[in-house]
Design a protein around this ligand. Structure first.
Ligand SMILES: Nc1nc2c(ncn2[C@@H]2O[C@H](COP(=O)(O)OP(=O)(O)OP(=O)(O)O)[C@@H](O)[C@H]2O)c(=O)[nH]1
Ligand SMILES: [Mg+2]
Length: 200
């Protein structure tokens, strides 16, 4: 069993391609960010939604979950800044990350991912169907200095971090899920059961 795990829902992006805040788009009547909360909450001891000051009031209106904003010095630097911010906030050994734009993610998928967490790795992420998903997985707090160094250098890409540390890639031979579970919404077009803020 993992020694204490915090959850981080990354919701500080600008949703430029989507055209309205992705966290508040709906799938089958439920906010995208709420889908992530439902999937992650049962697996973690504490949960943070990590967002941007411009979305803070909206989140506070819509949920009782803890909402924090990216550390000011790294704001605007993407998901890596969000992970760093949650690691600073919590004492948990592991931070399990999820994006706010994967509306088909399930509690079962997260439980499965969690079962592959292993202290002999620094990072455990999904690589189902040949596609590495750096935002679906767990990061050990022992890598916080590496993360901060990358952020200080403006080196924001998740894949750079993955190259630096030991990673357990969990894939569909470890456990199978239907592919759309890992589908993240960048454009508000593909699926009939998605409703964006603009259409409400
Ligand atoms: N906390 C935090 N989350 C972020 C940041 N940038 C992106 N995210 C989140 O990371 C996930 C994946 O990011 P993207 O798919 O690029 O989403 P986005 O940046 O909102 O959308 P685009 O503006 O179209 O790139 C989404 O859940 C975003 O909300 C950031 O700077 N801070
Ligand atoms: Mg982006």
């Amino acid at each position: 069993m993992v020694n204490r795990m915090a959850g981080a829902i990354l919701a500080g992006g600008e949703s430029r391609r989507f055209g309205s805040p992705k966290a508040f788009a709906k799938q089958n009547g439920v906010y995208f960010f709420q889908r992530a909360v439902e999937a992650l909450r049962p697996s973690v001891e504490e949960l943070y939604i990590v967002s941007h000051p411009t979305l803070l009031a909206r989140f506070q209106q819509e949920t009782n979950e803890k909402i924090i904003v990216d550390a000011e010095k790294y704001r605007g630097q993407g998901p890596l800044a969000g992970i760093y911010t949650v690691m600073k906030q919590t004492e948990a050994d592991w931070v399990f990350v999820l994006p706010c734009d994967m509306p088909y993610i399930t509690e079962r998928t997260i439980r499965q991912m969690v079962s592959y967490i292993d202290d002999s790795f620094d990072i455990v992420v999904s690589a189902h169907f040949g596609r590495v998903q750096p935002l679906v997985g767990a990061y050990h707090r022992r890598i916080i200095d590496d993360i901060e160094q990358l952020l200080m250098a403006g080196n924001n890409r998740m894949f750079v971090l993955l190259e630096k540390r030991s990673v357990r890639y969990v894939n569909d031979t470890d456990f199978y899920e239907e592919p759309r579970v890992f589908y993240n919404m960048n454009y508000a077009t593909e699926y009939g059961d998605i409703v964006t803020e603009k259409e409400l």
